[in-house]
Design a protein around this ligand. Structure first.
Ligand SMILES: NC(=O)C1=CN([C@@H]2O[C@H](COP(=O)(O)OP(=O)(O)OC[C@H]3O[C@@H](n4cnc5c(N)ncnc54)[C@H](OP(=O)(O)O)[C@@H]3O)[C@@H](O)[C@H]2O)C=CC1
Ligand SMILES: O=C1O[C@H](COP(=O)(O)O)[C@@H](O)[C@H](O)[C@H]1O
Length: 600
């Protein structure tokens, strides 16, 4: 057993505590080393961490589950010392990356303006994500946050509003209140119109005061309705751009309603900003398990060889919410579930799932592959789509509203709140494999997952043991994006005992059990990436065009033919038509099958 001694490496040059354990004593010629270092709160955004260097030089150094580093193979004392020195000179990145985007750390500053700061998204997601980044020391030393909206508010009122939605990580609550106060002191407010260059010029003046003559980098987060996107970008660009550093804009969806309006929006934005200044956000790309999709595929030998029509029978992308459009009916009625979820979140996941191996992890290489796969897809056919809308339902004495009970929704609205669709990728890898999507509001459960159903084992010796439902014997890989993140693979195994009975079990990577760390919110990752100029998780304009060309003809047809949605009760499993659609491709929805068979 290793003994643990902690030389408490908190020298001023190091931001980490280290502890070393040796198998005998530290003076022995051969020791095993256990190094655990933990950040102690010094901002590390400009530190560098060369993991490659460490792993090349010390092949027996491995990263552990909680970010610790361990070297369990015996090391010579000289090596041990060299490793110690090396590790102390290398800074651990925590969850933050190199700050190359910030310019020289001491000289530059980042100003983040949340345009539409009085709104729902700003309160619910953007300010909490910025606070989480601050809490994790991921923001640069010099930063300022401005809220901008038409509502009249003082700085104190903004801080009061923002403070109501801030929370600290549940796994690390040290100095929580203190950190919140420090954060709120860096938040300010300016009231103005979205189309007023004059009002943005006033904002510019205030930003300059806070920037104090440093190189200024400016990020505008457009958390406003799409009809004012271009006005706000024009004013920000003409009156509040940085003269010395970068200026970037994060644009929230919806990016148009169809190919034409999306192209018009892109043209409008590009009048004032270059493509590399525009960060189109799809927050599903920032979710932990969506980020992990490429790691799973490209860093495990066992998956990639199976990742094609040869072994995969169908892929299912499932999104469901157990609440309706409450409060957002006005927005939703103009878009519907296909535009709200399928054309962006689910399609983005599909592209990452199905793309070819990119040349590198560079943003452009990944986005090139995503565009290729989107362009290989067949536009959706009306016959391959089922739409639904939720109706009122009473359960346990509680009456849940119909979609059209919302005051902001017309009584006769045909807008779908549910849709299921079969999509196809006409390329060599995926020819003939149905990709089934299902998205709905006011269903019985909240979940987002990817289900990969594999083919039957040819000539399976154990077929007799499975009874009549042979589909139950096929392997299924489930990537549960939320809630309760997990990746599990269903396999067949023998029930222990003298007989020969088969069972189905899950090989399960359950995140909560495996990692004690709280999973960051998608907006944290994406905001940090935008600050750092990392575009990998943002949508490029040609990707957007390709995505819209798949859905626009269908959306037009649905609207022109005034297709009536199939009604389903609030809190149900959705329209039965979705089952017929799946059955046409010889598929059973994995989520519903899982509910029928507890072990699935
Ligand atoms: N809320 C959410 O969960 C999500 C939102 N989005 C997108 O993010 C953006 C912001 O969403 P959200 O915060 O919900 O939007 P809100 O409707 O809350 O609008 C944000 C702010 O914009 C201003 N505003 C509202 N309506 C108008 C209007 N007609 N003309 C000009 N200004 C207006 C208001 O500020 P003031 O009156 O003070 O100027 C409001 O506080 C939208 O594009 C939305 O589609 C995307 C994903 C999820
Ligand atoms: O973009 C949107 O996403 C949310 C769901 O996001 P999640 O992170 O909570 O899963 C959805 O409710 C909303 O309608 C849609 O606009």
């Amino acid at each position: 057993m290793s003994t643990l001694h902690s030389p408490n490496y908190t020298a001023s040059t190091s931001s980490y505590n280290c502890c070393f354990a040796s198998s005998s004593s530290s003076s022995s010629s051969s020791s095993s080393l256990f190094v655990h270092y933990r950040r102690i709160g010094v901002p590390s955004v400009s530190t560098t961490y060369d993991q490659k260097k460490v792993s090349l030089q010390y092949r027996n150094v491995v990263r552990m589950q909680d970010g610790a580093v361990a070297a369990s193979a015996p090391l010579k004392t000289k090596e041990l010392k060299r490793l110690k020195d090396e590790l102390l000179s290398v800074k651990y990145p925590a969850e933050c990356k190199d700050s190359t985007g910030f310019g020289s750390k001491e000289e530059s500053t980042v100003s983040i303006t949340v345009v539409g700061a009085s709104g729902d998204l700003a309160k619910k997601k953007i300010f909490p994500a910025l606070f989480a980044l601050f809490y994790e020391d991921c923001l640069p030393k010099h930063f300022t946050i401005f809220g901008y909206a038409r509502s009249k508010m003082t700085d104190a009122e903004l801080r009061n509003m923002v403070s109501k939605t801030l929370t600290c990580r549940i796994d690390k609550r040290e100095n929580c209140n203190e950190k919140m106060e420090q954060f709120l002191k860096r938040c300010f407010y300016h009231s103005g119109q979205y189309d007023s260059e004059e009002n943005f010029a006033e904002l510019h003046k205030k930003l300059m005061e806070h920037e104090g003559g440093r190189v200024s980098n400016r990020l505008f987060y457009l958390s406003i309705p799409p009809n004012v996107f271009i006005d706000a970008v024009r004013c920000a660009s003409l009156s509040a751009s940085s003269a010395s550093g970068w200026t970037r804009v994060i644009v929230e969806k919806p990016f148009g309603r169809d190919s034409e309006s999306s192209a018009a929006l892109t043209r409008g934005l590009k009048q004032y900003m270059a493509e590399d200044q525009i960060f189109r956000i799809d927050h599903y790309l920032g979710k932990e398990l969506v980020e992990n999709l490429s790691v799973l595929r490209f860093s495990n030998l066992i998956f990639e060889p199976l990742w094609s029509r040869q072994y995969i029978r169908n892929v299912q992308l499932i999104f469901s919410e157990d609440f309706g459009t409450e409060g957002r009916g006005g927005y939703f009625d103009n878009y519907g579930i296909i535009r709200d979820i399928m054309q962006n979140h689910l399609l983005q996941i599909l592209a990452l799932f199905a793309m070819e191996t990119p040349v590198s992890l560079d943003a452009e290489d990944i986005r090139n592959e995503k565009v290729k796969v989107l362009r290989s897809m067949r536009p959706l056919q009306l016959g391959d789509v089922v739409i639904g809308q939720y109706k009122s339902h009473t359960k346990g004495g509680i009456t849940y509203p119909a979609y059209t009970d919302d005051q902001t929704v017309p009584k006769d609205s045909p807008t779908p709140t549910f849709a299921a669709a079969a999509l196809f990728i006409d390329n060599a890898r995926w020819d003939g494999v149905p990709f089934l999507m299902k998205a709905g509001k006011a269903l019985h459960t909240k979940r987002a997952e990817i289900r990969v159903q594999f083919r039957h084992v040819p000539g399976n010796l154990y077929n007799r043991s499975f009874g009549t439902d042979l589909d139950r014997s096929t392997n299924e890989l489930v990537i549960r994006v939320q809630p309760d993140e997990a990746i599990y693979l269903k396999i067949n195994n023998k029930v222990p005992g003298l007989g020969m009975r088969l069972d189905r079990s899950n090989l399960n990577l359950h995140y909560a059990a495996r990692y004690s760390k709280e999973i960051p919110d998608a907006y944290e990752r994406l905001l940090l990436d935008a600050i750092e100029g990392e575009r990998r998780l943002f949508i490029r304009s040609d990707e957007l065009d390709a995505a819209w060309s798949l859905f626009t003809p269908l959306l037009k047809e649905l609207e022109e033919k005034k297709i009536i949605p199939e009604y389903y009760p609030y809190g149900s499993r959705g329209p039965v038509g979705a089952h017929y659609l799946a059955a046409r491709y010889n598929v059973q929805w994995g989520d519903l099958r899982a509910e029928r068979h507890q072990t699935d």
